[in-house]
Design a protein around this ligand. Structure first.
Ligand code: C5P
Length: 282
């Protein structure tokens, strides 16, 4: 069984003060995008995980492997599994790559292991804040620490250009910095720089951006540089360091990426997709 596991972009991320469980309740507008890892799970005689072209661990600490183990525990089914991940989504970038891999792994294994949607969601939430969204994907309003996912009508009429600077930010560090700064609020993208479908709704802002810049000023420098090349607002996804901007079409997003001649870790035009993962029928 093989699947594409799509990256996510936080079009908006509104953060509230840390709750008693140590997490920050948030309200986010999450969107799956066409940048994807490939996940393959096969029955095997012994457990095995391999990861190609990635900087992520190829052992039991990999989040997708932890998904395999959680599914086996929940289903009391201990059959050996071979998991192969082909990485395209840069890690430590706020694009939810590890969560996407875990979500697709749960999705692929669930039918065979008698796991229904509710249990799948529970397993996903036990693995990380972004995993529940990646099970469903598409366009969703996400609340709680990430476990409350309300899919909404798919957004249309725009593409994104994504640039990943050559450094990573640690999610716990960015949230702690947000606390230390007293809970700053991000600047909303002005309506003029938004696709029509996003105008007049909730603010398109990322409250973690000021904290990310405070931790590593290069995020702000990259944002400013991209804004001057593209002549439009540039926003950050998740806890960074990936940055993105809105373009009316995929061709225009591709043109914007071609105009970037700074040494990024990755630079990709992406389309919106309406799911978190999809079976590859080969
Ligand atoms: O759930 P996940 O492993 O992705 O979270 C990583 C860290 O990010 C958490 O340990 C926590 O410090 C922080 N976090 C948070 N509030 C959230 C999500 C994550 O404080 N809603």
């Amino acid at each position: 069984m093989k699947a594409l596991a799509f990256a996510k972009v936080n079009l908006a991320l509104i953060v509230h003060p840390r709750a008693a469980d140590g997490f920050h309740p948030l309200r986010g507008l999450f969107q799956s995008v066409s940048l994807a890892d490939t996940i393959e799970v096969l029955p095997a005689t012994a457990d095995e995980i391999t990861v190609s072209n990635g900087e992520v661990p190829s052992d039991e600490t990999n989040l997708a492997w932890r998904a395999v183990e959680a599914v086996r525990r929940a289903s009391r089914d201990s059959r050996a599994i071979s998991l192969h991940i082909s990485k395209m989504i840069p890690s430590g970038a706020g694009l939810g790559g590890g969560s996407a891999d875990a979500g697709a792994t749960i999705g692929l294994l669930a039918p065979d292991h008698g796991i229904d949607d509710e249990l799948a969601l529970e397993i996903a939430a036990s693995l990380g804040s972004d995993v529940p969204f990646s099970l469903t994907g598409g366009t969703a309003l996400v609340r709680g620490r990430g476990e409350m996912v309300d899919p909404i009508e798919p957004l249309t009429g725009f593409s994104l250009a994504i640039v990943v600077p050559p450094f990573s930010l640690s999610t716990p560090d960015v949230f702690s910095e947000w606390d230390r700064l007293g809970g700053p609020v991000g600047t909303a993208v002005p309506d003029g720089d938004l696709p029509t479908v996003l105008r007049g709704r909730e603010p398109i802002r990322n409250d973690l951006f000021p904290a990310a810049v405070s931790l590593d000023r290069r995020v702000g420098e990259w944002r400013d540089q991209l804004m001057s090349v593209w002549g439009t607002s540039v926003a950050m996804t998740g806890s960074g360091s990936a940055l993105f901007a809105f373009f009316p079409s995929f061709d225009e997003a591709r043109g914007a990426i071609e105009a970037v001649d700074i040494p990024a870790r990755a630079a990709e035009p992406v389309e919106l997709v309406d799911r978190g993962w999809t079976n590859c029928h080969e």
